[in-house]
Design a protein. Structure first.
Length: 68
């Protein structure tokens, strides 16, 4: 993870990033986000990463949201 910090992907309401989600984030960043960022030559803004069930419900996310 060259350009992104784990903190950006943690749940906004509780700060959680479970191990399974963390593995997925690292894979996403390594395979997609870092190379795209490199190619663009500028920042990419992460609006939403992992959500706990409570936060997902509060923002109106679907039960099987990929954020969870």
């Amino acid at each position: 993870m060259k350009y992104f910090k784990e903190k950006k992907f943690e749940c906004r309401c509780c700060g959680q990033l479970p191990d399974e989600a963390k593995k997925n984030v690292v894979a996403l960043v390594s395979a997609i986000l870092d190379p795209v960022r490199e190619k663009l030559g500028g920042p990419i803004v992460v609006n939403s990463g992992y959500r706990c069930e409570l936060h997902n419900a509060r923002v109106g996310g679907v039960r099987n949201s990929q954020h969870m």
